[in-house]
Design a protein. Structure first.
Length: 135
């Protein structure tokens, strides 16, 4: 499973070594098999992170995954690493709507950051897996 994304970033700098960034992420999930409930799902996320000397660690990005059925799945992403570099990301499913109400699950992915297409924009993809269960 691959999540392709573009993120719009609003940084607030505090001196030379500290930055807080709010971000909005949009993207799409594509399943390697071309099948499954998350295949071609669209994603919208909001979050923020604090980096000191380029290092960050956050747990609080909220994402809404819009499935092809019209149902939504809600997830919380976390990550740590060096600004502008690739790294590992963890995700936890925390709920949903319709047939996905009460869903739980988790996933891990490897995030690859690509060259910025414009100032204040980050693009890339995350390749990994999602394990889930519904009541």
């Amino acid at each position: 499973t691959t999540f392709y994304f573009s993120a719009h970033i609003e940084p607030l700098k505090a001196g030379a070594d500290i930055v807080h960034a709010n971000f909005t992420v949009h993207g799409v999930i594509v399943s390697a098999s071309g099948e499954g409930p998350f295949h071609n799902a669209t994603v919208a996320c909001q979050g923020g992170l604090l980096a000191v000397k380029g290092q960050y660690d956050y747990d609080g990005e909220l994402c809404v995954i819009q499935l092809g059925t019209g149902d939504q799945v809600f997830g919380r992403w976390s990550s740590a690493g060096q600004l502008g570099q690739s790294g590992r990301t963890k995700m936890r499913l925390i709920g949903g709507t319709g047939g996905w109400s009460g869903v739980t699950g988790e996933g891990e992915s490897q995030r690859v950051v690509l060259r910025s297409p414009a100032p204040g924009v980050s693009s890339g993809y995350e390749k990994g897996s999602i394990r889930w269960s519904r009541p």
